[in-house]
Design a binder for this molecule. Structure first.
Ligand code: UN1
Length: 497
């Protein structure tokens, strides 16, 4: 059960770690509030989970995909019933406000129902043969055991982006949630159990980096899907490449919002507040650079300051809270350090810049919404992912310059452009180096049935979400059926010299 004592879930049973060791999960808004102790899993626990997933694979892959889809429909139905309960537990564990965690669960529900429909749409191709009396087609096959390693900021939605397409396609999985959101991961797995997912198809191993490493190193894990930092992603890629495992990586971002002088500033301001300070800036899609035309720079900066300084910080399960804490003390230290980095590089801290204190905030990792102005594109605060409620403002003189600045970073996940000019909008879609571009909307807000992922240091070419993720979780088999009754040699017998 996903109730205390918290356990791993292997081969359909809730079990402690082999060593009996545990780690704590605490409420980041109220550190004195212990969510629970979770098993600290070793390579031995991972090996047990992988073995269970391997044993379950044959029966699961042979179940017709529409039947697997029916199970995913039940998963969506149960999540719909438990939406508020799961969301409250997520808020307690990782801090974002209840209205946001409800959105996170809804994204998982959407992903479940989309997966159900894909059970009837795992299309291959039929293609004419170059020879008579021969039939050619491709079919999709599952890969085997998939290792899923996820972050804490979307502790239910992002695991489902991986888990649901993986199992719908006939794979079995070993899932390691972030050590900062183990309860949320357990609640998801509880739903899978209650929906009737057979034993061994979904296995849960709790733990931190070493647990993830054991998954990546296990030779029976055929595919790995990871969401997290670019540094960890690089290490995973190196290990997985050595044994030819398939890998999908979703990593950092430094997402720009361009606001041109012709933009609807009310709209832009609302989008910037939500994009930069929603989820306390802790989304890979968060707006972390505002690239603004000089004609509207001062007005926009003033309006952001006026609005952002009214945001209500607090424990996200309390009414009226708009922004929660950072996830842990390490994150608070990191964000705080960037205030010195900004000053040293010559940026101005136009708003915020300090940990937030006051009633109800003393026991959590709160940081005030922060705005850096006088930022130039070479500064570290314009280039590095901070993962906090911090927006760097870069002034530009033209649309060409805006695009150039937008592209001048290592990452390329999301991007936004505010303009009324249709030509600029289409040029942005064509020229911004990012996996996602929004016109007149913030950099956050991906929908479950659309492809999600980034270019450059953000990803490795795969996409999550929508139809494309099914390409990652399946491999093509090319099938030739010769019904001529004779030997027909391709490229030889059907051509006269
Ligand atoms: C993430 O931050 O890893 O588009 C995912 C969005 C969300 C997903 C973010 N739907 O911001």
């Amino acid at each position: 059960m996903a109730d205390a004592p918290f356990l791993n879930y292997i081969n359909g049973a809730w079990v402690p770690s082999a060593s009996g060791e545990t780690f704590e999960s605490r409420n980041p808004a109220r550190q004195s509030d212990l969510v629970g102790e979770f098993p600290s899993s070793s390579a031995e626990d991972v090996a047990n989970a992988v073995e269970a997933a391997k044993d379950a694979f044959d029966a699961w892959r042979l179940m017709p995909a529409p039947k697997r889809g029916e199970i995913l429909k039940r998963v969506g139905d149960i999540m719909t019933e438990r939406k508020a309960e799961i969301a409250h537990a997520m808020t307690r564990e990782m801090g974002k406000p209840f209205f946001e965690t409800k959105g996170d669960v809804q994204e998982a529900i959407d992903t479940a129902y989309y997966a159900m429909t894909m059970g009837r749409q795992l299309f291959g191709h039929t293609v004419p043969s170059e020879m008579n009396n021969k039939f050619n087609m491709t079919v999709r096959r599952p890969i085997g055991v998939c290792g899923l390693i996820t972050a804490w900021n979307f502790p239910v939605a992002v695991p489902t982006w991986k888990m649901f397409p993986a199992i719908l396609s006939g794979n079995t999985v070993v899932f390691k949630p972030s050590e900062d959101a183990p309860h949320s991961g357990a609640l998801l797995v509880q739903v899978m159990e209650d929906a009737g997912v057979p034993a061994g198809v979904v296995n849960l191993v709790q733990g931190a980096g070493p647990t993830g490493r054991a998954i990546v190193e296990h030779t029976d894990v055929a595919a790995i899907s990871f969401t997290g930092s670019s540094e960890t992603g690089s290490r995973i890629a190196a290990t997985a490449a050595a044994r030819h495992a398939r890998i999908s990586l979703e990593m950092g971002g430094k997402n720009p919002a361009i606001v041109m002088e012709d933009a609807d500033l009310d709209l832009a301001m609302e989008g910037l507040i939500w994009g930069a300070y929603g989820t306390t800036g802790q989304r890979c899609t968060a707006t972390s650079r505002l690239i603004v035309h000089e004609d509207v720079h001062d007005e926009l900066v003033e309006r952001i300051k006026a609005k952002a300084s009214t945001l209500t910080l607090g424990y996200g399960n309390d009414d009226g809270v708009e922004m929660g804490p950072l996830i842990n003390s390490k994150a608070l230290d990191k964000v705080t350090t960037y205030m010195d980095v900004a000053r040293e590089d010559g940026a101005t801290i136009a708003m915020g810049g300090t940990p937030a204190t006051g009633d109800g905030l003393e026991d959590g990792f709160f940081f005030n919404p922060t705005l850096f102005t006088d930022v130039t594109r070479d500064m570290r605060v314009a280039r590095e992912e901070i993962f906090g409620p911090v927006l760097s403002v870069i002034k530009i003189k033209s649309f060409d310059e805006a695009i150039e600045v937008a592209n001048d970073v290592a990452y390329g996940l999301s991007s936004a452009v505010y303009t009324q000019d249709i030509s600029r909008a289409f040029r942005a879609l064509r020229d911004i180096d990012a996996g996602i571009t929004y016109i007149n909307g913030p950099t956050i807000g991906a929908e479950a049935h659309m492809s999600f992922g980034g270019v450059k240091a953000t990803g490795n070419g795969h996409r999550e979400g929508g139809w494309e993720v099914y390409d990652f979780y399946t491999e093509t088999k090319t099938c030739y059926i010769d019904f001529s009754g004779g030997l027909q040699r391709a490229q030889i017998d059907n051509y006269d010299d």
